[in-house]
Design a protein around this ligand. Structure first.
Ligand SMILES: Nc1ncnc2c1ncn2[C@@H]1O[C@H](COP(=O)(O)OP(=O)(O)OP(=O)(O)O)[C@@H](O)[C@H]1O
Length: 228
């Protein structure tokens, strides 16, 4: 569903990612861990099409058979809007919109029926709060809204960057269970960058990014048995 082929990224002479190869399967929930500065956020930004990989003769990122490097900015935006959902700091819940309007945004942009926004809010435990504004929410509730918005348009790929970074452990656990349940119900492939072992535990597989590439982390996933 998502293929990385010799994916590299250099910033001003500093090579951050050097020839990454990986295939992510449909419906798979993958955590990516690794030392600070190794390039985890860079990798997510490249997959999201928010940044461009180093040019190569072949296509370094292929999503559902589409070579992302071959797309112009408009086509990349369309692909991102239709096929991807984000739980990123940079895509924070918008303060001047109600919760329902926030969750409805991807539906509006994709010309899809808006009633799913209310259903999705109910699915994340915020039924009846659609008319509230983000400032009325706790940090955990805000992440629930972000998850609802990331999944509402049934994207094939969900990208999450530290989705529970600033939450207490109990709230974080609840949010990760919710994220897991919702992505398993929708069948989306999810890639989550995290420093938290408790968060990585909730994924099907954990990959560790090092200077030499992506490696499978051993014995870290609570649901490994279930997925075997
Ligand atoms: N836009 C940019 N311009 C120049 N250098 C950048 C840019 N974005 C990232 N870098 C550099 O790339 C390297 C990897 O950064 P990145 O944020 O991807 O790491 P990370 O693994 O996500 O780190 P952390 O775990 O601390 O968030 C760092 O050395 C960073 O300074």
């Amino acid at each position: 569903m998502l293929e990385l082929r010799k994916l590299s990224k250099t910033y001003g002479g500093q090579q951050v990612l050097a020839g990454l190869d990986w295939v992510f399967k449909p419906g798979e929930f993958v955590a990516i861990m690794g030392e600070s500065g190794v390039g985890k956020s860079t990798l997510l930004n490249l997959i999201a099409g928010l940044d461009r990989p180093d040019p190569t003769p072949h296509a370094p990122i292929v999503l559902d058979g589409v070579a992302m490097s071959a797309l112009d900015d408009d086509a990349a935006t369309r692909l991102r809007r239709e096929k991807m959902g984000f739980v990123f700091q940079a895509f924070h819940v918008l303060p001047h919109l109600t919760l329902e309007q926030n969750v409805a945004l991807p539906l509006l942009l994709n010309r899809m029926a808006l009633h799913r926004a209310r259903e999705m809010l109910a699915a994340v435990g915020l039924g009846g709060r659609g008319g509230d504004y983000p400032h009325q929410l706790s940090g955990g509730e805000m992440q629930r809204v972000a998850i609802a918005r990331a999944l509402v348009h049934k994207p094939a790929l969900v990208l999450a960057d530290e989705p529970t970074g600033n939450l207490d452990p109990d709230t974080a656990h609840g949010i990760l269970m919710l994220l897991r349940n919702e992505i398993k119900a929708s069948g989306a492939c999810t890639i989550m960058v995290t420093h938290s072992h408790a968060a990585a535990e909730m994924a099907d597989n954990t990959l560790v990014l090092t200077r030499s590439g992506l490696h499978i982390g051993q014995g870290v996933n609570r649901f490994a048995q279930e997925n075997a």
